[in-house]
Design a protein around this ligand. Structure first.
Ligand SMILES: [Zn+2]
Length: 64
């Protein structure tokens, strides 16, 4: 199974952990490394959308 984002092989692929279903006709398989990056990116995004002190602490700031 290959990662849809970096095209690397996904070690220990699990449909529960590595498959992101968008809708009935769209789904992507994502490796742990890309999930990590995705989570960090989403954290930054949330910190921009909801710039509370708690979020800044959690995700290390970068937003003033
Ligand atoms: Zn990947």
């Amino acid at each position: 199974m290959k990662c849809s984002l970096c095209e690397g092989e996904i070690d220990g692929y699990s449909a529960d952990l590595n498959r992101l279903v968008i809708d009935e006709s769209h789904a992507v398989d994502i490796c742990p490394g890309c999930i990590d990056k995705f989570v960090k990116w989403q954290g930054k995004r949330l910190a921009v959308l909801f710039p509370t002190k708690a979020m800044k602490r959690r995700f290390g700031g970068g937003v003033v």
